[in-house]
Design a binder for this molecule. Structure first.
Ligand SMILES: [Fe+2]
Length: 238
């Protein structure tokens, strides 16, 4: 059983599922491929979202989605998180706890395309000292960004954890790098980051089978377990 810790399945909240029908298709398709637990992680951009509005919209849509799932008897669990784009001042944001996964201290954080500067590193370290468990979303995408090497000590010392997208193991420009990250022990989580059934479905099962084949069953199982354990631990926080 898989847990997907990064998914855009809430209807009409971001560039993921645009309506309830699409959200249900995404979930049903992932369920058929073994995913039974989801963290719904709509985008949060501090530069144009109001935290209060995005939070209440996400909660409302999660409620609607859960009602439909119960009606249709799809046996999955969904909890709320966000995919927060890094913003300067994030480490002093008093409302950051509203953007974590299920109110825990675990935060899915996305970096922008800008160079990784010392001030970004300082804020990541500050979040660590505040007790946040920061997971960098799709770490493979940042490898060509200037300043990426500044992140390496944080990854090595577990100041941040890393998530790689399942699709990156299957196709595209990051295939080689994604396996390398797993082999180095720099990939803590693999997630679907699914947006749409047609264009960006979940490739979680495909990725896990490839990892099993190319790296080994023990590694694939460990990665599956990491996401399952995260889900269990954030459920306990509420
Ligand atoms: Fe995402």
């Amino acid at each position: 059983m898989y847990t997907d810790i990064h998914s855009h399945i809430l209807p009409g909240v971001d560039d993921g599922a645009q309506n309830l029908e699409e959200a249900l298709s995404l979930i049903s398709s992932a369920y058929k491929h073994g995913t039974q637990q989801f963290v719904a992680t709509p985008h949060f951009y501090a530069s144009y979202h109001s935290l209060g509005e995005q939070l209440s919209l996400a909660k409302e849509r999660l409620g609607l989605l859960c009602q439909e799932i119960i009606k249709k008897q799809i046996p999955v669990k969904i909890i709320l998180g966000f995919e927060v784009r890094f913003f300067h001042g994030i480490s002093s944001c008093e409302e950051l706890n509203h953007l974590t996964i299920n109110g825990s201290k675990t935060l899915l954080l996305e970096l922008g395309p800008q160079p990784i500067t010392d001030s970004i590193i300082e804020e990541l370290v500050e979040l660590y000292y505040q007790g946040y468990d920061v997971i960098l979303a799709h770490i493979e995408r940042y490898s060509k960004i200037s300043g990426f090497s500044k992140l390496k000590p944080l990854i090595k010392n577990r100041v941040v954890k890393c998530q790689v997208n399942a699709a990156s193991f299957v196709e595209g420009p990051f295939v080689k790098l994604s396996y390398k990250l797993v082999k180095k022990g720099w990939c803590d989580y693999i997630a679907g980051d699914m947006h749409s059934v047609l264009h960006r479905p979940s490739k979680l099962k495909a990725a896990m089978l490839l990892i099993e084949e190319k790296i080994g069953k023990a590694t694939a199982n460990k990665l599956i377990k990491n996401s399952n354990k995260l889900f269990e631990s954030v459920l306990k926080t509420t």
